[in-house]
Design a binder for this molecule. Sequence first.
Ligand SMILES: [Zn+2]
Length: 434
Amino acid sequence: MEIKKLIGAWSVILLLTACKQGQLPFLVQSYPHEDYGNQLKKQGLEETSLGRQWLQRAEWALQNPVSIDIPFSLNGVFYTDDIEAGAWRFSLKQGSALRIHANWKSPDSSRLFMDVFFFEDGKWEHVGAAEKGTCHLDFECTEDGEYLLRLQPELLGAGQYSLTLERTPTYSAFPVQGKDSRAIWSVFGDDRDGGKRRHEGIDIFAERGTPVVAPVSGVVSSIRNGGLGGKSVWMRDHTRGHSLYFAHLDSQAVNSGKSVKTGDTLGFVGNTGNARNTKPHLHFGIYVRFQGAIDPYPFVDNQLREAPVINGFPTERYQVVNGAKANFRQGPAMDFKVISSLDEGDLVWVKGQTNEWVQVETPDLRSGFIHSSLLTLPSPNVESGKERWAFWDPFVHPADSFQLREGRLAVLGSFKGYRWARDEEGHSFWISSN
Ligand SMILES: [Zn+2]
């Protein structure tokens, strides 16, 4: 197990940091999902169809995630007779703090496992999990990249969940008192000196004399005077080990070696150094060992949107496309890639909903979203059935067929040359369209 990509917040921080340094190996050596999977294997359930499906579905989910943007919320459902796992992928920048929460309501008190993965060397590496019995995870991302959240209930577990993923402020104080991230007018990477060098930080504009404060607790490592930065302060962030740089100060208010708490004044905004011809501002930089200057923006950004509240839960297990065409997309917005175009009457399994989009799985097991205006409940078409072949799952196991006797059938939807039908005893299966 690898956990170096995340810094867990609050109590978890100790566990992850300890593990990263290779100390206290008895902590966090396994996680609830893995423990549960091992229990299934120990009890011999791996040899049963159900146990095997549960383990396979956990792996399969990693290969078939939907894509989302943060913040995100979804109301979803897991059914007892459906061995299921959901997976959502998203990008995060180093320094972003994320809160994942699932409000899980299960009538049979089954557990829901929450795991986070990071994409590295062509595969998803497990990097974090909600503690046993909880569906909550706070973490800080220590590397830019693609992350994945997986939810899976225990075997035969069922319930409804309200899932939210939202960013939380990383630093508890903004470096310039009384200001917020809207006062950042020059970002990391901007050209400097006609493109000869890059801007290794961000500029936060404020009136001369505005207090510059410690965004985290730490120690002042040096006070400097002169050069590009003019009057500057360096401090060390105790939690992360980063060096923080505050430049162009009008004056400094601390001495080297002083311990500071979050919010303590380090100095005052000015325009010393090479800022003498611009308006007073704080140049703020973050330097990381073996990495150099990194973008401070995700650390100081405090203008974060909350995840929306979703109204209602899916009430039906499947719906059909109600227009001539429906774009089936990787994520819940128009700018996500179209996976395929579905036709009128095509049947999809409903997994969850946002306020405008329905998360679905197609019968050939692809996960994505369809705009809710393009789906409706099926209206059964009754026909007198002839003797013919029927299939449980023609898209995945086409050889798995059985002989159907004559009788009335209700046809509910179609997909890729097959129709989804139900007999008078309530059994559902696929029949070929011709
Ligand atoms: Zn600057």
